[in-house]
Design a protein around this ligand. Sequence first.
Ligand code: HEC
Ligand code: HEC
Length: 250
Amino acid sequence: MIRLAVSLLLLVAPAWAQAPRSGLDYQGEDIRRLQADDFANPAMLWVERGAAAWKRKLGAADKSCADCHGDAEKSMRGLAARLPAWDARLGRVSTLESRINACIVREQRAPEPPPEAADAIGLQAYIALQSRGMPLRVEVDGAARAMFERGRALYGTRIGQMNLACAHCHDQHAGKTLLVEQLSQGQPTAWPAYRMEWQAAGTLERRLRACFLGVRAEMPAYRSDELTALQLYLAWRAKGLALEAPGVRR
Ligand code: HEC
Ligand code: HEC
């Protein structure tokens, strides 16, 4: 069944450049309705968690995020639309998650949360919400360039037993149905998002790992350079699309 779907995939249609479109356009009416209504959107439960975590004193420093950053609606406004980006403090390209974690470890002096911890997803969703509706505009020149090129190369590299690149599914076949799902352009704008299949909210890293698993490739570790590079490339590729986190997906 899977092999049939993949061979069909490789037969049809050449690549064509498409205008960027949100993955929401490829979801069913039920999902679109959930995302449109903050009271129905299950991801908003994680946002509430994040808002509470923002105010909670933590670690040996006994400080909350709010103690240093004040009102997130002001201090974090627009930030998520510019990330990932080169981070002078960390000396590398970093995602929103790694910036938050740097503060938890260095500023609060608390242990780094494990990947996909509920409060960590909540903080990312809460901070991303402060940029909702803003167009993505990441900087890929200068110090970020090498990571960007790495992400671009990865995006076009065949991986896994199915021997498919991200581009095969998300550039050449967006809009086509693969097994039960409609393929979108693989845009990052909804994340962190609530995914029905998980019955939970998760990060873009978790979503990307699911794509690796889907083509029977070894999954890159959470917070690895591969995932950072891919996220930078995806954000650049989505330039101009509005951030819609926290989204809802099948
Ligand atoms: C065999 C096809 C396939 C390949 C190859 C693949 N994906 Fe996906 N991907 C999917 C499917 C199916 C979904 C869920 C439906 C959708 O949104 O496209 C998905 C979802 C996504 C999403 C979430 C889109 C949204 O709006 O929520 C992103 C981002 C993504 N993929 C990126 C990638 C990247 C990066 C790669 C390469 C490492 C990759 N995918 C490889 C099939 C694939
Ligand atoms: C003791 C003070 C302190 C605490 C507590 C603290 N931070 Fe920070 N945070 C900083 C400093 C200093 C920076 C670096 C500022 C800069 O680079 O402009 C920073 C940077 C950040 C950034 C990156 C901002 C940017 O423009 O790139 C984020 C996101 C962030 N903090 C989130 C948090 C969150 C979430 C918490 C709570 C879990 C938190 N911080 C706790 C001091 C703190």
